[in-house]
Write a protein that binds this ligand. Structure first.
Ligand SMILES: [Zn+2]
Length: 370
C-alpha cells in the first residue's frame, strides 16, 4: 500500500513536471529573471531552446536534460551540475520558484551551449555544394559583339551596339565570377575582333559555354523584345534577317574570313558533329537566358530561334547569341543605355546561365555520351 502511494505520487509529479514546462513557449533571452541578484532562466525555456529531452525526478528533485547522448543533471538546491559525468560549479544554486525549476542563466547559456550545440542556421544565402563531376561548368567565354571599326547597330540618337554590349558583358563577367565561374571576355575594350577569332578564343580556353552578346535592329521601328539564337541551318525570315545583320561584321574582316573555313573534309565533318551534339544544349541554354530576361524585366519574349550566325559556327561547345533588345526602337534604346537597366538585364542573363549550369551538371550534360 505504501509502495502504491509512492508510485502514485511519482506518477503525479512526473506527469505534472513533464508537461508543464513545455507550455512555456518562450525564447531563452526573454525569460531571464533576477533572483537575489542572480539571473535565472526557467529550465523549460532551456530545454526548449536547445531542443533537448528531459526527465524530472520529483523525489530526488533531480532534472536530467539530454540530447544526442550528452546530459546535464541538476538538483534543486545544488550549486553544481553534473555535465557528462563531470561536476561543474554554477554561480548559484538551482531554485524552485512558483513551481518552476530555475537554472542560473549564465550557466545555461555558456556551459549548456557547449554541451548542446544548436543547429547552425545561416541567414546568408546557402550556396550549393559545387559540382565537381565531368560536366562541371567551369569556364564561360562572353563575347561582346562588334567593337572598334565595327559599331554594330546604331540607334537614331547615336547609341552604338558595340558600347552597350561591352558594358553588359563586363557586368556579366563580374556576376558570373561571383558564382565561381571563370569568365573570359573576347574583348574588354573598344577594339575590333573578327568573327572567327571570337569562337576560337572560346575553343582555346576550353570554355564550357560561348555566349555572344548583341543588340538588335530592325527597319520597323516598333519591333522590340529580347531573343536568343543558336546555330542552325533551318531558319525563319526574321531570324535570317538578324543573322544577316550580325554576319555583316564580315565586311570588316574580308581577309580573315578564310581562316575560319575548315581546312579539310574531315575537319568539316568533325565540326558538324560537334555542332549537332551541342545543339540541344545550346537550345536549353538559350531558353534559360531568354526566359529569364523577358520575365524579370517584362520585356517582350521573341523566343529562341535557330539561325546561321558565323560567330557561333566555330564554337566547340554550347553557344548562343543573346540579342538584348532593339536599338532601332527608341524606347528600348533608351532603356538599354540606362546603367540601372543594364544591371538588371545582366542579372537576368546571369541567373539564366546559372540556372542552366545547375541543370546541366545535375543531368550530366543532358544528352552527353558517357
Ligand atoms: Zn550585333
Amino acid at each position: 500500500m505504501k509502495k502504491l502511494t509512492y508510485l502514485l505520487i511519482i506518477i503525479f509529479f512526473i506527469s505534472g513536471c513533464a508537461t508543464a514546462p513545455r507550455k512555456e513557449a518562450v525564447s531563452f533571452g526573454g525569460v531571464t529573471r533576477s533572483i537575489n541578484g542572480v539571473g535565472y532562466v526557467p529550465a523549460s525555456a532551456v530545454i526548449q531552446s536547445y531542443n533537448a529531452n528531459h526527465t524530472w525526478d520529483p523525489i530526488a528533485r533531480k532534472l536530467i536534460i539530454e540530447k544526442n547522448g550528452r546530459e546535464a543533471i541538476f538538483c534543486v538546491g545544488a550549486d553544481a551540475a553534473l555535465i557528462n559525468n563531470s561536476i561543474k560549479k554554477m554561480p548559484a544554486a538551482v531554485k524552485m520558484d512558483s513551481g518552476k525549476i530555475m537554472i542560473p542563466a549564465s550557466f545555461a547559456s555558456l556551459v549548456l551551449k557547449e554541451l548542446f550545440p544548436p543547429p547552425i542556421i545561416s541567414t546568408r544565402r546557402k550556396r550549393p555544394i559545387p559540382y565537381k563531376g565531368k560536366y562541371a561548368i567551369r569556364t564561360i567565354v562572353i563575347d561582346p559583339g562588334h567593337g572598334g571599326r565595327d559599331p554594330g547597330a546604331i540607334s537614331s540618337i547615336g547609341i552604338k551596339e558595340k558600347d552597350i554590349v561591352l558594358s553588359i558583358s563586363k557586368r556579366l563577367k563580374s556576376y558570373l565570377q561571383k558564382e565561381g565561374i571563370k569568365t573570359i571576355l573576347t574583348r574588354d575594350n573598344d577594339r575590333f575582333i573578327s568573327l572567327w577569332r571570337r569562337s576560337h578564343i572560346a575553343n582555346e580556353n576550353n570554355a564550357d559555354f560561348f555566349i555572344s552578346i548583341h543588340a538588335n535592329a530592325s527597319r520597323t521601328k516598333y519591333v522590340n523584345g529580347v531573343e536568343v539564337f543558336y546555330l542552325s541551318e533551318a531558319v525563319d525570315d526574321f531570324a535570317r534577317a538578324t543573322a544577316a545583320a550580325e554576319n555583316a561584321a564580315l565586311q570588316y574582316e574580308s581577309s580573315s574570313f578564310n581562316k575560319f573555313k575548315p581546312k579539310s573534309a574531315v575537319a568539316a565533318t568533325l565540326g558538324d558533329m560537334l555542332s549537332d551534339e551541342n545543339r540541344r544544349e545550346s537550345i536549353e541554354l538559350a531558353k534559360c537566358i531568354g526566359g529569364g530576361m523577358s520575365k524579370s524585366l517584362s520585356l517582350r519574349d521573341r523566343g529562341v530561334k535557330g539561325a546561321r550566325f558565323y560567330v557561333l559556327k566555330g564554337a566547340q561547345m554550347p553557344s548562343v547569341v543573346v540579342e538584348v533588345g532593339f536599338l532601332s526602337n527608341r524606347k528600348e534604346a533608351m532603356k538599354l543605355k540606362d546603367k540601372n537597366f543594364q544591371q538588371r538585364l545582366t542579372k537576368a542573363i546571369a541567373d539564366g546561365i546559372v540556372l542552366y549550369k545547375h541543370r546541366y551538371e545535375k543531368t550530366d550534360g543532358f544528352t552527353r555520351p558517357r
